[in-house]
Design a protein around this ligand. Structure first.
Ligand SMILES: [Zn+2]
Length: 459
């Protein structure tokens, strides 16, 4: 009997040992799933493991999860049960579930002149994980819709659409050439500097110019320019031209002397002007050595020293606008150095109407005439020519050329010269002044408030 009992005990113990070994291997259990998905940057919460029957504090957890990096992370759970090491593991998959975004430059709806001619405005694709993935964007066009698709490295993808709408609601770009306001003398010629026009869609742009300047009547004149494109979008600009009241400088004589100073002529002219108490305007050049003191004298005696040219060499100055401005700057610097005052009053060699410049640069006078005003210069031509550089044979001719062409209904800008040995003009000057004073004219010098008297540009 005892033998039988012992056998039973041994049998039970054997069963326990055998079953225990099997049992121990299943003793550690994960809380939660063995594969866990974690979104990028989300916090990982360890849900742990448990042991059947035994104290859970014995479980050692090994491994870490970097939630900022996509990947698989293994967490190991180990414990010691009755001297036997048991373990299990869990896989944490850090995944990027966020789709990239695509931003379209100029938005999702674009008005275009023609769908076929649409030029991509640009786009940018940004992913939370991959960063800038613009170069991975696939662009497809179906009629008037453009599809932009991009996938990130975790295969999250996005598609955005751009709609091209056939519509032109943009006004033509209309700009005035020259100034928006002009002040010109009564009787002077006004030449409209024109306009520039362009349009996003149309090549045929209709421009209407309305309003006219009547320089025989003082007042403010309005010129309206209206541009209409092929889709009927219009824009309009205005220019104002003030014609000075003819009473203000009616009957004024502006004597002007070009091409000096010269030691043979200028002192004699200055002497007559001083004696007659008449102020005049000298358009000077750099010509005669040793004559600089005369520029100072002109200025000191109250005349206007204005800019003509440094070289007065047509071939040089009318070759390019740069050459012209270089030359002008030189005489400007010289006048400023001698008088202490910068002059902004000029006269083009040959006048703005000269045709000689055509030989050197086509269109240069048109360009200079409009640019000079923008640069702030006031340039003066003349409406009375004494002829001393041309047809006048003697001082009587000079006298007659002037007095016959004076008018009391306008300002009179008289072209004369103080080049070397100009006895024709020197001998006529006093008589011209006497005639003017005796006939109710007034003599004055040109200043920045004097309305410009200009010719038509011919080149
Ligand atoms: Zn000249």
């Amino acid at each position: 009997m005892a033998k039988k009992i012992l056998f039973v005990i041994i049998f039970i113990l054997s069963l326990a040992a055998l079953g225990g070994a099997v049992f121990i291997h299943h003793i550690i259990h994960l809380n939660g799933e063995s594969v866990v998905y974690l979104s990028l940057n989300d916090e990982y919460h360890e849900s742990g493991a448990r042991l059947d029957l035994l104290d859970e504090d014995n479980i050692k957890i090994i491994g870490e999860v970097d939630n900022t990096k996509v990947g698989d992370y293994k967490i190991k759970y180990e414990a010691n049960v009755l001297g036997i090491k048991v373990s299990t593991s869990r896989t944490v998959k850090v995944v990027d579930r966020e789709a990239p975004s695509i931003e379209l430059v100029n938005g999702e709806t674009v008005n275009v002149c023609s769908v076929e001619g649409y030029k991509e405005d640009g786009y940018k694709a940004i992913d939370n994980y991959d960063g800038d993935i613009t170069d991975k964007v696939k662009v497809e066009r179906q009629d008037n819709i453009i599809f932009y698709t991009v996938s990130d490295s975790s295969n999250n993808s996005v598609t955005v659409r751009r709609y091209l709408s056939r519509k032109d609601d943009e006004k033509p770009d209309l700009k005035l050439k020259g100034d928006s306001t002009y002040v010109i003398a009564y009787g002077a010629n006004f030449q409209d500097p024109g306009y520039e026009v362009s349009d996003n869609c149309s090549t045929n742009i209709d421009v209407k110019v309305e309003g006219q300047v009547d320089t025989s009547k003082g007042g403010i004149y309005e010129i309206t320019y209206t541009a209409t494109d092929e889709n009927n979008n219009t824009s309009s600009v205005k220019r104002y031209v003030k014609v000075t009241d003819h009473t203000s400088n009616k009957g004024v004589i502006y004597l002007t002397f070009d091409d000096g100073p010269t030691t043979s002529s200028t002192p004699k002219i200055l002497e007559i002007l001083k004696r007659k108490n008449v102020k005049a305007t000298f358009f000077v050049i750099n010509h005669e050595a040793g004559s600089d003191y005369l520029i100072k004298q002109e200025y000191n005696e109250g005349h206007t020293v204005a800019l003509h040219s440094y070289t007065h060499n047509y071939q040089k100055i009318y070759t390019s606008t740069d050459a012209f401005y270089d030359d002008l700057q030189k005489i400007s610097d010289k006048v400023e150095r001698l008088t202490g005052e910068k002059s902004m009053i000029t006269r083009f060699p040959g006048g703005s109407s000269n045709t000689v410049s055509r030989n050197y640069q086509k269109g240069i006078m048109s360009q200079l005439a409009s640019e000079m005003k923008i640069k702030g210069y006031h340039y003066f031509d003349w409406n009375v020519d004494c002829g001393d550089a041309g047809g006048a044979k003697n001082s009587d001719d000079v006298y007659n050329n002037v007095v016959k062409n004076l008018s009391k209904n306008r300002s009179n800008v008289v072209l004369m010269h103080d080049f070397a040995n100009n006895t024709k003009t020197i001998n006529a000057l006093e008589r011209i002044i006497d005639y003017g004073l005796a006939n109710g004219y007034r003599f004055d010098k040109i200043d920045m408030t004097t309305p410009m008297v200009t010719h038509n540009v011919n080149n």
